[in-house]
Design a protein around this ligand. Structure first.
Ligand code: NAD
Ligand code: ZN
Ligand code: ZN
Length: 345
């Protein structure tokens, strides 16, 4: 069995031969059909030792779909052959958050030696993935695995962020999406599908703006020094009701703060570790709310899969074989992936 493993911080991951694991207890063994590559994988690969709350080595891959090939003796409610998407933010499995499928906000997160599948624990950039329990599996029917895999993060994370503003994004509201890559292009589609909001999209790449347009954005604009004025002008001067920042750099946080309407929501998803001063008064307008959503919940993943099955979401993908993972990672780093790169073992 082949797996793409991070064996030392700050070095490229390597393809390694491993024994196919045998599921114990409640574990379930998945034959991987597709695994998405997230920009977070680059943040993880590049991290200095001690920066992430987990250690090497482990197999990368936190966006996974496939089918069940073996189950542990205590794994109930799942059958061999079932095609599934894997809910990746595995928590402790015992706290109140995990009990309702909100593993992304597990109460014991800080005590765990992993952040999820492929993030401190062996993930799905491999032929096989060992999942701790059947509760992390969402059936996908005949949905294409190369669609289902990216939906588990690039779809779920924006869905969770947008659901977090439910009730606020009413008729007549305008939102800005900054960064229209893997997550951003699905954010635009989800906003289209579940809110009546007008969507403005911002990126530094023409190609990404074209994808934003195809995904249903009402207006797109390249990042320039006057982008906040351009976005404000598009709202008649009031500013946008919400900003979804899929970059999270100093520059995009400042842009978001300048573009927000009083009482608006700045939702930071990107992990570029930029800084924004919180002070009163300060860069954020009166009444602004700031949130830092992480991934999403299992019930939300069911909703995302249902939206895709209904034809409301279409992931733009570029497919690579597992053996070409290095090339796919290089292209993602260079800003040369349109939508999501997906590995097929
Ligand atoms: P991606 O590389 O596919 O897309 C990023 C997009 O942002 C690209 O289109 C790029 O051109 C654009 N961009 C870069 N700098 C920009 C700028 N200054 N202004 C406007 N656009 C800019 O990345 P992705 O996989 O979609 O991930 C996006 C971010 O979200 C990453 O930082 C990733 O680590 C993070 N992430 C967070 C969560 C979470 O739970 N919060 C989950 C997954 C990913
Ligand atoms: Zn991710
Ligand atoms: Zn928990």
């Amino acid at each position: 069995s082949t797996a793409l493993r991070l064996t030392a911080w700050g070095t490229p991951p390597r393809l390694v031969d491993l024994e196919v694991p045998v599921p114990q207890g409640t574990e379930v063994l998945i034959a991987v059909e597709a695994a998405g590559i997230c920009h977070s994988d680059l943040h993880v690969i590049d991290a200095d030792a001690g920066k992430m709350p987990y250690s090497v080595p482990f197999t990368l891959g936190h966006e996974v779909a496939g089918h069940v090939v073996a189950v542990g003796p205590a794994a109930t409610g799942i059958e061999i052959g079932t095609r599934v998407a894997v809910y990746g933010p595995w928590g402790c499995g015992r706290c109140r958050r995990c009990a309702v499928g909100h593993d992304n906000y597990c109460d014991r997160r800080s005590e765990l030696a992993w952040s999820g599948a492929g993030l401190g624990r062996d993930g799905g950039m491999a032929d096989h993935l060992l999942v701790p329990a059947p509760r992390h599996l969402v059936p996908i029917g005949d949905l294409d695995a190369t669609q289902a895999a990216p939906l588990t993060d690039a779809g779920l994370t924006p869905y969770h962020a947008i659901a977090g503003l439910s009730g606020k994004l009413r008729e007549g509201t305008t939102v800005a999406v900054i960064g229209v890559g893997g997550l951003g292009h699905l954010a635009v589609q989800i906003l289209r599908a579940v809110t009546p909001s007008r969507v403005l999209a911002v990126d530094i790449r023409e190609d990404a703006l074209e994808l934003a347009h195809l995904s249903g954005a009402d207006m797109t604009t390249l990042t320039k020094p006057d982008t906040s004025e351009v976005l404000r002008a598009a709202t008649g001067g009031t500013g946008v009701d919400a900003v979804f920042d899929f970059v999270g750099s100093d520059a995009t946080l400042a842009l978001g703060a300048r573009t927000l309407r009083a009482g608006g929501d700045l939702v930071v998803l990107g992990s570029a570790a930029g800084r924004l001063t919180i002070s009163k008064p300060g860069p954020l307008p009166p009444g602004a709310a700031l949130s830092l959503p992480f991934w999403g919940t299992r019930p939300e993943l069911h909703n995302v899969i249902a939206l895709a099955q209904a034809g409301s979401l279409r992931v733009e993908t570029e497919l690579f074989s597992l053996s070409a993972a290095g090339e796919a990672l290089r292209r993602l780093r260079a800003g040369r992936i349109r939508g999501r790169a997906v590995l097929v073992p």
